[in-house]
Design a binder for this molecule. Structure first.
Ligand SMILES: [Zn+2]
Length: 354
């Protein structure tokens, strides 16, 4: 067995079995204050792979921040094989202004690889990539839906990669979506350099909900167990097999008005099923939104005030929607019936669980 070596990052040497918080200076703001990217490194007592977990690359998508806070409490360097790097807030600028973007209006997730002499987004992308992503063999990047939208907890992976399918299965979110990678995205760059990535989508921007947080904590934990980094059952038998889809479709409002939804994320639907009615201000001339496919609703708009053409439901085409829907119900019930864990209890608002 290889002798464990210290992990050196930002000039700090972290001994096997120890952890440290490091900060990378990014920029000086207009007001003269400096901003830095915070990373916790948990360096296992035994050798193993390096894995990062990152959140809020879109600054208002904060579900992952709550997930990482819980992982930070749960993971112990002494019991770990390999190294875990936690980045609770990647887009530090959007996070404080509750915005998806950076102050220069750029999208961090379209700014990779970036460069040291580039724009603010480019500098942040460059440091995050060089210091965190490139040091790891696997990354789990956590996103949520945009503001006024909700996503069923789901894992997105690039199509046609068996290793990623295996890891996504281990994560055990209700649905796995296989899709092409976007140019300039973190996943695109990571893949080109041999870093495997799982992207989790869950919940709503600027909100916490218990289903998303617990699915994330349990999912990351199961992946680490599956990789042999922690001593735990990877729990695959208990969560069952996630549904897989490679085709998703948005259903848009046929008119402007006020929406009354009859379905929500996690529901199985058949082609032609009514998802919602959209009527005028007096409730007149209601028009139905119907599902164009058999599948599972993986995201929905939470704001009932809609314009014609607004995307209101996101559906993954799946062959046996009722069977998958029943499994999602049982996952949801099991999570909501369990005791909330630790200090996060006070942060959770069950009314937001959809
Ligand atoms: Zn996002």
């Amino acid at each position: 067995m290889t002798t464990p070596q210290p992990f050196i990052i930002a000039g700090t040497s972290i001994a096997p079995g120890a952890q440290a918080d490091v900060a990378f200076p990014i920029t000086t703001m207009a007001t003269g204050t400096t901003s830095s990217l915070a990373v916790r490194v948990i360096h296992g007592a035994r050798p193993g792979p390096a894995v990062f977990v990152s959140a809020a690359i879109h600054g208002d998508e904060i579900i992952g921040t709550a997930i990482i806070q819980r992982l930070a409490q749960a993971l112990e360097a002494g019991a770990l094989a390999g190294t875990v790097l936690l980045v609770p807030v990647a887009n530090i600028f959007g996070f404080i202004s509750h915005s998806r973007y950076l102050p220069d209006r750029r999208d961090l997730n379209r700014s990779f690889p970036g460069s040291a002499g580039g724009s603010l987004a480019g500098q942040l992308a460059h440091i995050f990539y060089r210091e965190v992503v490139a040091r790891c063999q696997l990354g789990i990047d956590i996103h949520s839906a945009a503001i006024h939208r909700y996503n069923l907890p789901q894992i997105r992976i690039m199509a046609g990669n068996r290793k990623l399918v295996e890891l996504a299965m281990a994560f055990g979110a209700p649905v796995i979506i296989e899709s092409p990678l976007r140019d300039g995205s973190l996943r695109d760059l990571a893949q080109k350099h041999g870093v495997e990535m799982l992207l989790m989508e869950a919940g709503e921007a600027l909100r916490f909900d218990r289903l998303s947080i617990e699915t994330g904590v349990e999912g990351v934990t199961r992946v680490l167990a599956h990789l042999g980094m922690i001593e735990a059952d990877d729990g695959l038998s208990a969560v069952g097999i996630p549904a897989r889809a490679n085709r998703t479709t948005w259903v848009r409002s046929p008119r402007g008005g006020v929406m009354q939804a009859t379905c929500t994320s996690g529901d199985p639907v058949r082609k032609g099923d009514v998802l919602a009615m959209v009527a005028g201000l007096f409730g007149e001339e209601a028009e139905a939104l119907v599902s164009p496919v058999d599948g599972i609703i993986i995201g929905h708009a939470t704001l009932p005030v809609v314009h014609q053409g607004d995307a209101l439901f996101h559906i993954a085409a799946i062959d046996h929607p009722e069977r998958v829907g029943a499994r999602i119900d049982s996952i949801t019930e099991a999570i909501l019936a369990s005791e909330p864990q630790g200090s996060a209890q006070g942060m959770l608002d069950e009314d937001e669980v959809v």
